[in-house]
Ligand binder design. Structure first.
Ligand SMILES: [Zn+2]
Length: 145
């Protein structure tokens, strides 16, 4: 679907308590966390579950996980976004299904395929045996170079 929780969260809080704190567009989405029921669904307890609130949304969401977890708070921050009505905050938003590096997001299943199939096919070796482990230098005591 290509949609992320960040799409439903608003801009950075003007009085953030942590560097990545954002407001949640809670007029667009209802957001709950998996909590104690998470273990039955094999999800982390802080998993964000989104439900759409507007009839005009292209997709109807009902407790959908996009693989993100976060700390969710409701506090008085005093910034202009709170005055507009957005009082819920998210911070420490992390994916438990995707890996992001260098601006690219890759699903965890794809990371395994890349590490176990594509890289060994291109550069040799096998899963679990990397070129660095094959060429690891001997331990040398200081003074015996
Ligand atoms: Zn704020």
């Amino acid at each position: 679907m290509g949609r992320s929780t960040r799409a439903s969260s608003g801009p950075a809080c003007g009085a953030a308590e942590v560097p990545d704190e954002v407001h949640l567009y809670d007029d667009l989405h209802a957001v709950i966390q998996a909590g104690d029921t998470a273990s039955r669904a094999d999800l982390p307890p802080a998993t964000l579950l989104l439900s759409s609130l507007r009839a005009a949304e292209p997709f109807v969401l009902l407790n959908v996980s996009f693989g993100d977890q976060a700390v969710m708070t409701r506090r008085t921050c005093g910034c202009y976004l709170e005055r507009l009505g957005w009082r819920s905050h998210l911070h420490t938003i992390r994916s438990f299904e995707k890996l992001t590096a260098g601006g690219m997001t890759v699903l965890d299943a794809d990371v395994v395929r890349i590490l176990e199939d594509l890289l060994p096919a291109r550069f040799g070796g096998a899963a679990g045996i990397t070129s660095s482990s094959r060429t690891r230098p001997r331990r040398v005591s200081p003074g015996f170079v």
